[in-house]
Design a protein around this ligand. Structure first.
Ligand code: NAD
Ligand code: ZN
Length: 255
């Protein structure tokens, strides 16, 4: 099949599905100007994300880690959701059972008005007490840009706060994992803009396929998920989703 035929075939599946689960990664936010981790612009100063997004890095140098998060918060605060976020938000309002599991921490799906977002790796816009002192809530919202103090402090114990995200080597919040797993019972499972190498998010595809879902991928490049899905579409998320929406959306399609 040509790319155009593959897109049309996927659009038909999407128009017919009543239970859709989408997993997104950094590629979905690339068109909003947010660098991916593994792309050429993924470096900040001379560090790789894997050297900063870990509990060990935070323990060693909380200020350095927070400077990176402060930079990312400023970048995202200036960014806007792109066409990929908008199309997924439209589906979330139209499809009877729709779940969006995102590995992104930028909040752009929420800003686009997406319903039923499972934030698999937490949020840049929440912080937590690094010592987990007993009086502090598990996480609390903090959207101040720029931060008044780096690192910000826990208001309960005065110790350093940490970003409310899941770092490499940390477990996924059990409630979040359960929400993602219950969404694997779907007709159509779509993975978009993720290199599909970070577990356990990368394992969701196998779970959905085992449950009988039709599986599809949209990515600029071939990934480890590409050979495993029913259809892999090579292209930019914002372009391919826009094309699908023109075929299935309120104007062109059945819904
Ligand atoms: P990744 O950087 O490993 O992979 C990005 C993927 O997106 C690549 O496969 C690339 O080919 C693809 N891609 C790039 N531009 C695209 C486009 N326009 N359309 C479609 N695909 C495109 O990111 P990941 O897989 O999300 O995993 C890394 C971790 O990094 C995640 O846990 C996530 O929390 C974190 N992260 C988050 C953000 C964010 O919140 N925006 C940004 C970077 C990394
Ligand atoms: Zn505290």
């Amino acid at each position: 099949m040509t790319a155009g035929e593959e897109i049309r075939a996927l659009a038909v599946r999407i128009a017919r599905a009543s239970r859709i689960t989408v997993v997104t990664g950094a590629g979905v936010s690339a068109a909003s100007g947010i660098p991916t981790f593994r792309g050429a612009q993924g470096l900040w100063r001379r560090f790789r994300p894997e050297q900063l997004a870990t509990p060990e890095a935070f323990e060693k140098d909380p200020k350095l880690v927070w400077e990176w998060y402060a930079w990312r918060r400023e970048l995202v605060a200036r960014a806007r959701p792109n066409r990929a976020h908008e199309v997924l938000a439209a589906w979330s309002r139209r499809v009877p059972r729709f779940t969006l599991v995102t590995q992104n921490v930028d909040g752009l799906h929420e800003r686009a008005g997406t319903r039923n977002v499972v934030r698999f790796h937490g949020s840049l816009w929440e912080i937590a007490c690094a010592r987990r002192c007993p009086r502090s809530p598990r996480r609390w919202p903090d959207e101040t840009v720029p931060l008044r103090e780096v690192p910000p402090r826990c208001p309960h114990c005065g110790g350093p706060a940490r970003p409310g995200v899941v770092w490499f080597g940390e477990p996924i919040d059990p409630d979040v994992l359960a929400a993602a797993q219950s969404a694997l019972d779907c007709d159509l499972f779509l993975t978009v803009g993720t290199s599909a190498v970070v577990y356990p998010a990368a394992g969701l595809l196998a779970g959905a396929a085992r449950g009988g879902a039709f599986t599809a991928e949209i990515n600029l490049e071939e990934t480890e998920a590409s050979p495993a899905v029913d259809v892999a579409i090579a292209g930019r998320a914002e372009d391919v989703l826009d094309e699908i929406e023109r075929l299935v959306g309120p104007v062109g399609g059945r819904r």
